[in-house]
Write a protein that binds this ligand. Structure first.
Ligand code: NAD
Ligand code: ZN
Length: 391
């Protein structure tokens, strides 16, 4: 029996309030309106940005369904949708690409005007597609993926190759594309260059992979948690250091290690102090520092302008500076062609109902992924879902 045009009742992880646990609820998901698609989510990852909403460091209306790194199947489409059809495998995009606005038409722009930068939590007609217990539930970045079904704009959906494995490819929805783009598109890392990456979470590891793909000869990973070093080395870091092992500033440590300083630095933590460290650590004349980590909402960065006066470049990027609908399908094809691997970015695979445990693991330094819908191989998958380090 088709569900197209009908309200779907399904499970979703609702955040009723800031700093409170997720609550698995039955929600109603309205059919897609014009130029929208409704998606059955298959798998979704947790990114630190989701935790920023829980902790109140990223603005959001409540109650909300967060999550923004997923893969799914189009269940139904609204009027006027031409680029995807029911049954297509898609990645929802927190950064849409309408291909018409000024930003989309600029070759260097990727901040499409349809992006929910003000955290309104509603679709373009000013309303939400989610309700629960008679109450409106807000969207997160217009894609909300911690739910069995979601609605997104056609412009916020990338069709990918059906053969791409759901349990890995969902990482193109945020971590991998962000990190890879930060190195290749925003930083424009050059072959033979030296890079330092501050923060070795899922996004930082992806920056390392991007630096390696760009041909960097030396990639130094930096993290307080030495447990992250093994994976960093496995994805391409040539060495790793912990600031805890030094009393001098990390810029001096890097300068001694490299004989001068590194060409590119990436801040992938979201702390003001490490942002300053990253700026100070790249070459003072021609170095480039790329800010990727999201700082606490409303905080100001203060630094000596002399840091930039000699020629350093300070940049930042959202989604790695990538034009989402153009880049994500290509990355999925590259993944299938084995140009890069995503295994090292996943530490745990859990059933969706264990989402709270996933956030606890994130806060203990792990990155999790959830199977939201179990396809045909129900028994097979369940045997994996409970193995804590399947990848
Ligand atoms: P994560 O929490 O998994 O990783 C952060 C890492 O930083 C951890 O390994 C932690 O041990 C390390 N760390 C913390 N404090 C440190 C310090 N003082 N010195 C050195 N290391 C330290 O996070 P993630 O999911 O990889 O995301 C990283 C950041 O990127 C977050 O701020 C997230 O919000 C942001 N982000 C930005 C974009 C974007 O488009 N710009 C997209 C996704 C995520
Ligand atoms: Zn993210």
């Amino acid at each position: 029996m088709t569900t197209a045009g009908k309200v779907i009742k399904c499970k979703a992880a609702v955040l009723w309030e800031q700093k409170k646990p997720f609550s698995i609820e039955e929600v109603e998901v309205a059919p897609p309106k014009a130029k929208e698609v409704r998606i059955k989510i298959l798998a979704t990852g947790i990114c630190r940005t989701d935790d920023h909403v829980v902790e109140g460091m990223w603005p959001s209306k409540f109650p909300v369904i967060v999550g923004h790194e997923a893969v799914g199947i189009v269940e139904s489409i609204g009027e006027g949708v031409t680029t995807v059809k029911p049954g297509d495998k898609v990645i929802p995009l927190f950064l849409p690409q309408c291909r018409e606005c000024k930003y989309c038409r600029n070759p260097d722009g990727n901040l499409c005007i349809m992006t929910d930068l003000k955290a309104d939590g509603v679709m373009s007609d000013g309303t939400s597609r989610f309700t629960c217990k008679g109450e409106t539930i807000y969207h997160f970045m217009n894609i909300s993926t911690f739910t069995e079904y979601t609605v997104a704009s056609e412009f916020a959906v990338a069709k990918i190759d059906d053969a791409a494995p759901s349990e890995k490819i969902c990482l193109l929805g945020c971590a991998f594309s962000t990190g890879y783009g930060a190195a290749v598109k925003t930083g424009k890392v050059t072959p033979g260059s030296t890079c330092a990456v501050f923060g070795l979470g899922g996004v930082g590891l992806s920056v390392i992979m991007g630096c390696k793909l760009a041909g960097a000869s030396r990639i130094i990973g930096i993290d307080l948690n030495k447990g992250k070093f093994e994976k960093a080395m496995a994805v391409g870091a040539t060495e790793c250091i912990s600031p805890k092992d030094f009393t001098k500033p990390i810029s001096e440590v890097l300068s001694e290690m490299t004989g001068d300083s590194v060409d590119y630095t990436f801040e992938v933590i979201g702390h003001l102090e490490t942002m300053i460290d990253a700026i100070e650590s790249c070459n003072k004349n021609y170095g480039t520092c790329v800010l990727v980590g999201i700082p606490p909402s409303g905080k100001k960065l203060s630094c000596d302008p002399m840091l930039l006066l000699f020629g350093r470049t300070l940049k930042g990027c959202i989604f790695g500076g990538c034009k989402s609908r153009d880049v994500v399908p290509k990355l999925a094809t590259d993944f299938l062609a084995k140009k890069f691997d995503l295994d090292q970015l996943i530490t745990h695979v859990l059933p969706f109902k264990n989402i709270q445990e996933g956030f606890e693991l994130l806060n203990s330094g792990k990155r999790c992924l959830f199977f939201v819908a179990l396809l045909l191989l129900l028994f097979f998958w369940w045997s994996y879902l409970f193995s804590t380090s399947y990848f």
